[in-house]
Design a protein around this ligand. Sequence first.
Ligand code: NAG
Ligand code: NAG
Length: 362
Amino acid sequence: MATRQLRVTSRKLPPKLLVFILLIVIPISVIGICIHGQKISYFFRPVWDNPPPPFERIPHYYAENISMEHLCHLHGWSIRSEPRRIFDGIIFSNELDLLEIRWHELDPYVSKFVILESNTTFTGIPKPLFFASNHARFDFAKDKIVHGVFPGRVAFHGSHEEPFVLESEQRGAMNGLLRQAEISTGDLLIMSDTDEIPSPHTLKLLQWCDGIPSLLHLELRHYMYSFEFPVDYSSWRASIQIYGPWTRYRHSRQTNLILSDAGWHCSFCFRHLEEFVFKMTAYSHADRVKQKDFLDYSRIQRIVCKGDDLFDMLPEEYTFQELIKKMGSIPHSASAVHLPAYVIENADKFRFLLPGGCLRTS
Ligand SMILES: *[C@@H]1O[C@H](CO)[C@@H](O)[C@H](O)[C@H]1NC(C)=O
Ligand SMILES: *[C@@H]1O[C@H](CO)[C@@H](O)[C@H](O)[C@H]1NC(C)=O
């Protein structure tokens, strides 16, 4: 019996089946792996990758109309006799609407808005100076703005300069611009991208309390396309620190400490479809634009209304449980509570950021 079965399974494959496998199944699998290779490797990320070490989350207390003294004490800190000055340092690309929201929101607490923009993208494509050509829109803050232009380099075909090189050079240039803005030891410095907005009460807490850590990351609620699509609390790159002689502008992990629920990070929160296309080709992960039709306006519009992924990628997760939870579209939210006050005050102007406002103009 056993030998007979063995003989059956080891018998040669019929020639037709062999031809079928050679000509159809293998080519399709190869094409499939080429197209979906990223998806396959991301799906198995929990197997090949380890999560970064966890942050130590500082509990964050806040409610309206609670005294500053009480809030400082709840965090184990004490109240100062006068607030620290705050400098807000950002490297700007093209997020004009979010910049307007950011600066209006933070204006009561910030001494200087330090903004650096380049005439090329991180990927080496010439780009307009979006801030310089729209500065009239920011006249409300003109006495506080310190604006610098970084001379970028155009990438030529065949040059393999990594976008991260230009990005880190710009972060270096930011150090000079901060000194030009006359930042000094003991001031608070926010290091974040334009779309990572600390909440005003977070800034007020940190500027009024003594005993705060000298450097901490800000855990921001992460949204995609608008406040209609809250993703999670995974945003950690923004940080705030007490400036000292050794402070260097960075946008990477600098400490294990993170202050919980400290603001908003709204990715790809653009009013116009062409802004999506610009960002998709310009930012440091431009290699993710794998197919031309990725930049198609009707495709982008469809994805923005569904809460799907612009780059057709799987979420970056380190356990199968989290990965499966996050697969598919981001669920719609109907909440416009606890958002930047300036968005609510000007709800008509910022309809595209609010629930039900997903239709964009081109
Ligand atoms: C806020 O606090 C003040 C004084 O503590 C009080 O008079 C006022 O009614 C409070 N406002 C609200 C909205 O609770
Ligand atoms: C960017 O600005 C620098 C300095 O003004 C200039 O030399 C360079 O040609 C500009 N590059 C582009 C692509 O406009």
